[in-house]
Design a protein around this ligand. Structure first.
Ligand SMILES: *Cc1c(COP(=O)(O)O)cnc(C)c1O
Length: 372
């Protein structure tokens, strides 16, 4: 039997493993100097903008919504095709999620549909960069400006992606990243938020630690309701080791993505009815390599067949609006037809930095067997 090829796997080097040991031996294992160092490196990468780290990507978005003062009675527009966290944070702050359908080619929010969904109660947009592919950032921010909306970018998958040569996160409004285990770089669990100014950064610090402000030798006060969202130095030192490899990881993923296209061949879509992602190698970090299956095969059938070749296949994502929690809030089938179709037929093929071209060829051969 051939080796199992998962769809994702973290790349942790020995230096990082040793650095974790050093933190564990240091006597300081919660938030400390490693968190500060990681935040400083991220801030430099994001053009000097303030950055704060957290124990998940999810909470960064919740905190951004709180900093923006969004809550009860406010509407926030997002995509149905994301991890459910993207919409859950809107509910978490007491606001109302409003979905807009996706573009069938990019599988990201269709910004014209976002524009059509804006009401006098709309306060923010949460765009998601699925597979690391940014939306049209110029159009996004023009729309936000025109309607005076905040933007909380769910860039969970987009570290290393760029827009017109600028890293995602180095411009814009709030930008949220996840360092969960499957992301291009990881801290095992964790996330960071890029903010606009020192005042927002101060608030982010309060929201991540019980709303506490300290001063003097024993001065302490709490004036807002915060939570417990801080990153540990154990996680941050993993992040530092990972961050050093970011360019290498992004380059390898782009190389593997190119190899998927050349190996599948120009007639793959015409012969199988499957839909490949846009062949773009400058901006996206290729967090995922996703295809939309033809209707003649179901996703469970495809996943089961690929498993026979010992190849792991993921799916990102089932449409959020069709989960029970959202159906109970009035969402139902037929509201977002593109998202519903893509959400049913989309699959994520193996894509991670340790793969080589032979792994890609193995996946492509299996795909031709299953879909050809
Ligand atoms: C991973 C992910 C999240 C959540 O990040 P966590 O760190 O797991 O909380 C949110 N949105 C998208 C698009 C993601 O991929």
């Amino acid at each position: 039997m051939t080796r199992h090829l998962p769809f994702s796997q973290p790349l942790i080097d020995e230096a990082t493993i040793a650095a974790v040991g050093d933190v564990l031996r240091s006597g300081w294992i919660t938030s400390g100097p490693k968190v500060a160092a990681f935040e400083a490196q991220l801030s430099a990468y994001f053009g000097g903008r303030p950055v704060r780290t957290f124990n998940s990507g999810t909470c960064t978005m919740e905190i951004a919504l709180r900093i923006a003062g969004i809550g009860e009675g406010d509407e926030v527009i997002t995509t149905p095709i994301s991890w459910v966290a993207t919409a859950n944070v809107i509910l978490e702050v007491g606001a109302t999620p409003v979905f807009a359908d996706i573009d069938p080619i990019t599988r990201n929010l269709d910004l014209d549909k976002v524009a059509a969904a804006i009401t006098p109660r709309t306060k923010a947009i949460i765009p998601v960069y699925l597979a690391g592919k940014p939306v049209d950032m110029d159009k996004l921010y023009a729309l936000a400006k025109q309607h005076n909306l905040r933007v909380i970018e769910d860039a969970a998958q987009a570290i290393g992606s760029t827009w017109n040569g600028q890293p995602i996160g180095s411009f814009g409004d709030f930008v949220s990243f996840s360092f969960q285990a499957n992301k291009n770089i990881t801290t095992s669990e964790g996330g960071c938020l890029v903010l606009n100014n020192a005042e927002e950064a101060k608030l982010a610090e309060k929201y991540r630690l019980q709303g506490v402000t300290r001063g003097g030798v024993d001065g302490i006060d709490v004036d807002i309701l915060g939570g417990k969202f801080n990153m540990t130095d154990i996680a941050a030192v993993i992040g530092l080791g990972q961050f050093a490899q970011l360019d290498k990881i992004t380059a390898q993923r782009r190389k593997l993505a190119r190899h998927y296209f050349t190996t599948l061949g120009a007639d793959f879509e015409a012969k199988t009815g499957a839909q490949l992602p846009p062949a773009e190698f400058e901006q996206t970090n290729w967090h995922l390599f996703q295809i939309v299956l033809p209707d003649r095969i179901t996703r469970p059938e495809f996943m089961t067949r690929m498993k026979e070749f010992n190849i792991g296949v993921g799916f990102h994502y089932a449409p959020i609006h069709l989960f029970t929690l959202y159906r109970e809030r009035g969402f139902h089938e037929g509201m977002f037809p593109v998202a519903e179709h893509v959400g049913k037929q989309i699959v994520s093929l193996p894509m991670f930095a340790q793969m080589d071209e032979a792994d890609v060829e193995r996946v492509c051969a299996a795909m031709w067997e299953v879909l050809g």
